[in-house]
Design a protein around this ligand. Structure first.
Ligand code: GLN
Length: 390
């Protein structure tokens, strides 16, 4: 028997396992409280589950139109008009896909070539590295500086070159909870126009903002309508991360390109769940207000636990994660070692923040998520209080 000599493709050679999902596996194996992976452990809204069951029973069980059912595309367009006074043509500017994850990779594959540069703020959600790698683009990293995760204007300006094809903006931001301000977005918009670059935005936490922070889609800024690719999904807003229903909004020619990739990648998102999503998006503003208020309560509950147990926190203005410094007593460990120890004893899973950096070996920080039931959060508190006990 001749052994296979070549296994992986060149483009996947430097892929590593998702640390977020690895921490979830460790949590399950060791019976730890999982504050690592960002998915709610409480039920999705009953009315939404009913709508999904109803769609299955009504036999919405075959492929929908590849770029999304008309009902969902219409609902998406109506939502952006109502929320942001943004006019979107559901026929030519919306692509429904399998979660924001597919939206981002389909956009990059459709729009970027090998040799192109893509600007990414660091720390960054771990998918953006493989996303850019798969389309052969080079990442140009720009730091968000703690404690407020601010941008250094000169650093950002230097990252843009003649080769810049796009910048990825995730706001509200995972893992830091930063909500990009109008001034910051205006600077990015100016640079995109100066360098003829695209803005690819991941806005999945748009409705999860605190303390008066306001989410601004960069597509609504002057000059950005034609060069923004807005990616969003049902997952976080409606607590259905497993549905895998997302969408991309972009000008017609850009949308055409993205639709071509999407068609061959996945054909389409789950038809009955699209139908239920169309109903969800007609919900009134009070749902979103309630969502933000609910997460504010969970955020403050976790922040209290963390400050009580020796973690210096960076309170987030949006999304549902908290970055925190490793307690003094444990500083001999790097963030990975600390996370590995924490999952074993006292049994709390977190994400070492170095996994949100390209080269950082030890960020000195870990990420906690708080999209969890109060029972789960309370249990994490009970366990974390045992940390400094011998
Ligand atoms: N977005 C979530 C997080 O950052 C889930 C990540 C994932 O598993 N895709 O934790």
């Amino acid at each position: 028997m001749t052994p296979l000599t070549r296994i992986g493709s060149e483009r996947t050679r430097d892929f590593t396992e998702s640390v977020i999902r690895e921490m979830t596996r460790l949590a399950v194996r060791h019976g730890a409280v999982n504050l690592a992976q960002g998915f709610p452990d409480f039920p999705a809204p009953d009315w939404l589950k009913e709508a999904a069951c109803e769609a299955v029973r009504a036999d919405v069980n075959q492929y929908s139109i590849t770029w999304g059912s008309k009902a969902l595309r219409d609902a998406i367009a109506a939502k952006y008009l109502a929320t942001y006074q943004l006019e979107v043509d559901p026929e030519r500017e919306v692509t429904v896909c399998c979660g924001a994850t597919e939206g981002m990779i389909a956009a990059l594959l459709g729009l970027a070539d090998p040799g192109d540069e893509v600007v990414v703020f660091e720390p960054f959600y771990e998918n953006y590295a493989p996303d850019t790698r798969l389309c052969g683009a080079t990442r140009k990293l720009v730091r968000l500086h703690a404690p407020d995760w601010s941008i250094d204007e000169q650093e950002l300006r230097r990252a843009f070159t003649a080769k810049t094809r796009a910048i990825i903006i995730n706001t509200p931001h995972n893992p830091t909870g930063k909500v990009f301000s109008r001034e910051e977005l205006s600077l990015i918009a100016e640079l995109c126009q100066e360098h003829d670059a695209l803005a690819l935005t991941d806005e999945i936490y748009e409705h999860i903002v605190y303390d008066g922070a306001q989410h601004i889609p960069i597509i609504t800024l002057p000059g950005m309508r034609e060069r923004t690719v807005l990616v969003n999904s049902m997952s976080k807003t409606f607590s259905v991360t497993g549905w895998r229903v997302g969408w991309v909004i972009a000008a017609p020619e850009i949308t055409n390109t993205i639709r071509k990739v999407h068609d061959f990648l996945t054909v389409g998102a789950a038809a009955p769940l699209q139908q239920a999503s169309a109903i969800a998006l007609t919900i009134g503003d009070s749902y979103y207000t309630h969502l933000a208020a609910d997460y504010l309560g969970r955020r403050d509950y976790l922040l209290n636990i963390l400050s009580e147990t020796g973690f210096l926190c960076y309170p987030p203005a949006g999304a549902y994660y908290v970055m925190a410094d490793i307690p003094h007593a444990a500083r001999t460990l790097n963030d990975r070692e600390f996370s590995q120890r924490l999952v074993l004893s006292p049994g709390v899973a977190v994400v070492p923040a170095s996994s949100f950096y390209e080269k950082e070996k030890n960020s000195g920080q870990v990420r906690f998520c708080f999209c969890k039931s109060y029972d789960t959060l309370r249990e994490s508190g009970t366990r974390l209080r045992q940390l400094d006990k011998p």
